[in-house]
Design a protein around this ligand. Structure first.
Ligand code: UDP
Length: 490
């Protein structure tokens, strides 16, 4: 048993994010949260991913936050040097190799931990081996998920439903049984995703607690109680982590380097009326067929509102021929929309958090990745939901059915992987209709906007002193110190 000194001494925490921007960005912010509260944090990643954490590292004293890199096994998995994270610029084969390579990090990370053990490991639940790293009695593991607790709870409810109905898939419409909200799905997730999500649940349940980049008010007390009761496990809501970035510059520099200058983007947005601009971005791993991009272009043009559209970097390169361009962008689109500054196309990485927090933005067309969702909520922006794969379909339900802060575009096809060509397209008419529902004036739009803004205020309060996430962080630090000292937690 450690004495009171053990309770005072900073926690030594190792954070292990999965090699994807949607996991590294929030865990970098969470590292900053712990470090700025006086705990000693080390983020473990690979050399080419170090830049994702540069901003976190420069924001706090290096005594409290540092980076340790372990080499990515490029040769072993057959990848060129430096390709170490999932992104829009890769393909299915490269995605698979990065995933395999990330699993092989187990060895070098274990070696590092054996030489210099921490008190706690906060490991991404995508890594099934995080508990194996804590092989000394005094090291414990917390799990981090890039999902909402709502989604984790839905995954568990669907798992139970499947095992009770003795089937691995649902091909017809069903209401999820034994769940605090009435959620209907027209089909269940594909089998490969079921295996992936059930693996994550196993990793989560073995941990001392689950760290969530969300705030209690958005997941809702009902969902949290349900999780604790059905899983017998504790979740810690510490977010929204994106709100720790206060200045416009910090928001603009979060994550990858933006392909547009902050000033150029701000100049464009500053010229727009409040709540008038549609922001369109489908996350860090975005793939659409040319035909689908063409429908998006037509849909937003027909809706007639101003827009910022983030298209995959592979599109619209300077050397793209007119013929190639016209496959995805209608003839004359740029003359009609870009030259006159009605729209802005960003080819590659956009400063998303900065854009969402600008007053000019009135709606966000999103793939419902959890970070994008919680960033929009934090900024009080209503969403047009267009899920593509995985838990994005669960987040859509939280946005549209439970919180009622967005409208569906009508995407129903659940992809197996990021670069899969969809069989069903979302039509220009569905896109136009969804945009008009949120950006044409009307009672429905006003009500949705008011609810979204109310959640935005709650999000801001959650991370401030006295707010739910701030209190959770202090209690978690205290509990972890007491646990380390062999004292009972409250
Ligand atoms: N993001 C960004 N600019 C882009 C694309 C993505 O800043 O052009 C950030 C976004 O703000 C979010 C993360 O990348 O923090 C994407 O995470 P999310 O969970 O939404 O989706 P994923 O990329 O994991 O599918």
């Amino acid at each position: 048993m450690e004495g009171s000194v053990g309770v005072e001494r900073p926690l030594k925490l190792y954070l292990l994010p999965f090699l994807s921007p949607g996991h590294m960005i929030p865990l970098g912010d969470i590292a900053t949260l712990f470090a700025s509260h006086g705990q000693q944090v080390t983020i473990i990643t690979t050399p080419s991913n170090a830049h994702f954490f540069t901003k976190s590292l420069s924001s706090v004293d290096p005594f409290f936050l540092r980076l340790h890199t372990v080499d990515f096994p490029s040769q072993q998995v057959g990848l060129p040097d430096g390709v170490e994270s999932l992104s829009s610029n890769i393909d299915t084969d490269t995605t698979h190799k990065i995933y395999v390579g990330s699993m092989l990090l187990h060895g070098p990370i274990k070696e590092f931990i054996e030489k210099d053990p921490p008190d706690y490991i906060i490991g991404d639940c995508v890594f099934p081996w995080i508990h194996d790293l804590a092989n000394k009695p005094h090291i414990s593991t917390l799990a981090f998920t890039g999902y909402s607790l709502f989604s984790v709870s839905l995954i568990e409810a669907l798992r139970v439903h499947r095992s009770n109905s003795h089937t691995n898939s649902d091909s017809s419409s069903f209401v999820v049984p034994n769940f605090p909200h009435s959620i209907t799905f027209n089909s269940g997730p594909p089998k490969t995703f079921i295996e992936f999500e059930e693996g994550m649940l196993k990793t989560i349940i073995k941990s001392k607690g689950l760290i969530i980049n969300n705030f209690v008010e958005l997941d809702g007390e009902d969902c949290i109680k349900h999780y604790e009761k059905t899983m017998g496990h504790k979740a810690w809501h510490l977010g929204p982590a994106c709100l720790i970035h206060e200045s416009v510059q910090e928001k603009a520099e979060r994550g990858n380097e933006s392909v547009v200058s902050m000033h150029e983007c701000l100049r464009w947005l500053n010229s727009k009326r409040d709540n008038s601009v549609l922001y369109i971005c489908f996350g860090s791993i975005c793939y659409f067929s040319d035909k689908q991009l063409y429908e998006i272009a037509r849909g937003i043009e027909n809706a007639g509102h101003e827009f910022v559209w983030v298209v995959p970097e592979k599109k619209g390169k300077e050397d793209e021929s007119e013929e190639e361009k016209e496959k995805w962008l209608p003839k004359g689109f740029e003359e009609r929309n870009i030259k006159n500054k009605k729209g802005l196309i960003i080819r590659g990485w956009a400063p998303q958090v900065m854009i969402l927090s600008h007053n000019g933005v009135g709606a966000f067309m999103t793939h419902c990745g959890w970070n994008s969702t919680v960033e929009a909520v934090s900024a009080g922006i209503p969403m047009i939901t267009w899920p593509m794969r995985g838990e994005q379909f669960y987040n859509e339900k939280l946005i549209t059915v439970v919180c009622k802060i967005g409208v569906e575009v009508g995407a129903t096809e659940w992809s197996l992987h990021s670069f899969q060509e969809k069989e069903k397209m979302v039509s220009r008419d569905s896109i136009e209709k969804a945009v008009r529902r949120l950006l044409d004036d009307g009672d429905e739009a006003n009500e949705i906007r008011q609810r979204a803004q109310e959640f935005g205020r709650k999000a801001t309060h959650a991370i401030q002193e006295g707010g739910s996430s701030h209190n959770n962080l202090l209690t978690l630090i205290d509990d972890l110190k007491r646990l380390r000292a062999g004292k009972p937690v409250n």
